[in-house]
Design a protein around this ligand. Structure first.
Ligand SMILES: NC(=O)c1ccc[n+]([C@@H]2O[C@H](COP(=O)([O-])OP(=O)(O)OC[C@H]3O[C@@H](n4cnc5c(N)ncnc54)[C@H](OP(=O)(O)O)[C@@H]3O)[C@@H](O)[C@H]2O)c1
Length: 229
């Protein structure tokens, strides 16, 4: 059988929980006591909620707030630079040259064009010399900048001395670690053809290239205390 408290709870829920006090006034001397207990619990929970909403934040809550603030700041900063196009931050004040990996197609090519538009000379790095020559010619004629091409396969590990030699003496202000590969078509991981080789190539192109390219250009950026990645 449904007890009076269950009935009250049901009514309370059906009324959105706001009128619990009014429903207490009909006779049983225990009822107001129990209702008071219910209501005081609710109030305590509400107080906890207010405390949680940082009327008096704990050190951990402060850390969370600061982290949240930094995330928002980073978002707005990225929006300002790449959407509104703040040319003063990404300018040749950072260094005369920009290096773009995977620069002959897609996103890499777009980066190369945008950086050339901002006045950077561009070092283009990809596999195909023919495509490199095309992009290099088009950047030089369109934006009146210098270019340099380095044809290497980032799937291999012995290419970095060649890149180092190609970049020697350039004042590099921006490095765009763009090159990357994925499966050529959607496939279950274990069914990718020649999986062992593919794993090695993917790691070399997507991960090793980022670390090695950064290792190559960073020391001189640190010396000048100017750079953008
Ligand atoms: N497109 C997207 O929707 C998307 C989404 C998320 C992330 N991304 C990432 O953004 C980056 C660029 O993507 P994308 O779509 O613009 O690529 P893309 O159009 O396929 O262009 C790839 C570029 O990298 C070069 N490249 C490919 N493999 C190479 C290798 N082993 N060694 C040297 N150069 C190589 C290619 O030139 P060659 O063929 O001459 O070597 C080409 O210039 C990649 O890291 C990708 O993972 C893309």
């Amino acid at each position: 059988m449904e007890g009076w408290r269950d009935a009250e709870k049901r009514k309370d829920v059906s009324r959105g929980g706001r009128w619990a006090f009014l429903s207490a006034a009909d006779g049983s001397f225990l009822r107001p006591v129990c209702m008071w207990r219910d209501v005081s619990q609710k109030l305590m929970n509400r107080n906890k909620l207010w405390a949680h909403l940082s009327v008096d934040p704990s050190p951990q809550q402060w850390i969370q707030h600061v982290k949240g603030f930094l995330q928002v700041y980073k978002l707005l900063f990225g929006f300002r630079i790449w959407v509104l196009g703040n040319g003063q931050l990404i300018s040749t004040k950072l260094g005369k040259w920009a290096v773009v990996t995977g620069a002959t197609d897609g996103i890499g090519k777009a980066y190369a064009e945008e950086l050339a538009r901002r006045g950077f000379n561009i070092a283009l790095i990809s596999r195909s010399q023919e495509k490199l020559d095309d992009v290099s010619g088009s950047l030089e004629s369109k934006f009146n900048v210098e270019t340099k091409t380095i044809a290497v396969d980032f799937g291999l590990l012995d290419i970095y001395p060649k890149i180092e030699a190609g970049l020697a003496g350039l004042e590099v202000g921006v490095l765009v670690n763009n090159v990357g590969i994925s499966y050529t078509y959607p496939e279950f991981f274990l069914e990718i053809p020649d999986l062992d080789n593919f794993i090695n190539t993917m790691i070399n192109v997507n991960i090793t290239s980022v670390c090695q390219m950064t290792r190559l250009v960073l020391p001189r950026m640190v010396e000048r205390s100017r750079a953008w990645f």
